[in-house]
Write a protein that binds this ligand. Sequence first.
Ligand SMILES: *Cc1c(COP(=O)(O)O)cnc(C)c1O
Length: 427
Amino acid sequence: MNFETTDISLAHDLDAQDELASFRDEFVIADPNLIYLDGNSLGRLPKRTVEFMRNAIEAEWGKRLIRVWNDGWINTPTELGAKIADLVGAQADEILVTEATSINLFKLALAALQARPNRTWIVSDVLNFPSDLYILQGIVKLLGKNHHLSLIPSEDGITISPEAVEAAIEEQTALVCLTHVTFKSAFMYDMARVTELAHAAGALTLWDLSHSVGAVPVDLNSCNVDLAVGCTYKYLNGGPGSPAFLYVRRDLQKQLSQPMWGWFSAKDPFSFELDFTPASDISRYRVGTAPMLSMKALEPSIDILLEAGMNRLRDKSVRQTEYLIFLADQWLIPLGFTLGSPRQPEIRGSHVSLRHPESYRINRALIESPPPATRVIPDFRAPDNIRLGITPLYTTFAEIHQALDRMRTIVEGKIYEAYSDERLKVT
Ligand SMILES: *Cc1c(COP(=O)(O)O)cnc(C)c1O
């Protein structure tokens, strides 16, 4: 993609032509001077959610009390699952909203390994989100057999080559467990190809969609994916710690045994039978009572994404990440930054990492500079990545321009030197 000028007028032109521009009005923008580029970590609050939650608390919980479950709340995990299914190319009865991503990964990875009792290898990669790797390491220890986690290497720390994937999957492989869009570099796998390779070797696949759902089009069914999990507080704007989702392809739902049996995994929770009989549908992947208030908040936010449409969102996201990289090439690479994300948009998700030896302090300066300086919120990922999240529902081209301009000023003027290198608990 070519951009002719670094002048802000181009950013304004691109915003004026943007057919998704009106979606920004759907969100609470508490400080119009704050440029928020961390929607890949915690999405903004949709205005609809505020009213929707007031009703959920005051009218539904407050007035209806326990009757609220039979008013429809009891079906929320599968009803929201059906909405998410539309975003990721699955059938309505293949997705369930439940627990946290890490917990769902544990349940599905263990179920998959138990379905391949004669195989002991788990394949993941060195770019994966550590929580996913910790869960897999814990499973290896728990199983106490000969299980082994092998990590596909990355030559450049940014991408994983198709050859490396091919070399890693072999006849001992039980499970290939990868994050579709990696959290640091935003490298995006060819989901169809990797799934095909895994299946050819007789292995199952488990994809983590945390940085994909709501950011890039995903087609689980056409890729014939077995299992998936994903997060809802990032691009789905569900709110801090909103419950995650899991996907189990329909034909596998009864074949696999979900390892954590709770009353909500049972066929009829309110029969209070002493012996467990699993539900025959996706509900068998539930465990306990749903955290209803945080779950309810997902409904209005998913509706906004469905209205915008994943193809239009992807289109804008690619234009915006391309524009960001164009400005970085002009302004920041000459100042010692390097691109920490793939250059080709086909293998890149919706965030861009820029690396610099002083990234931590530059990031602090972006976030903490007092007015009248433009404040920018990206995030920092060790050792030296500043992650800039593009959320096409509300990010403007002008904001990208202002944010990169601010980064330039901070580095050129060595403004970051006034900030501490001491790490905060949450970066
Ligand atoms: C954000 C994210 C998670 C989050 O896990 P939680 O259990 O919700 O804390 C997991 N995996 C990946 C790849 C993520 O990006």
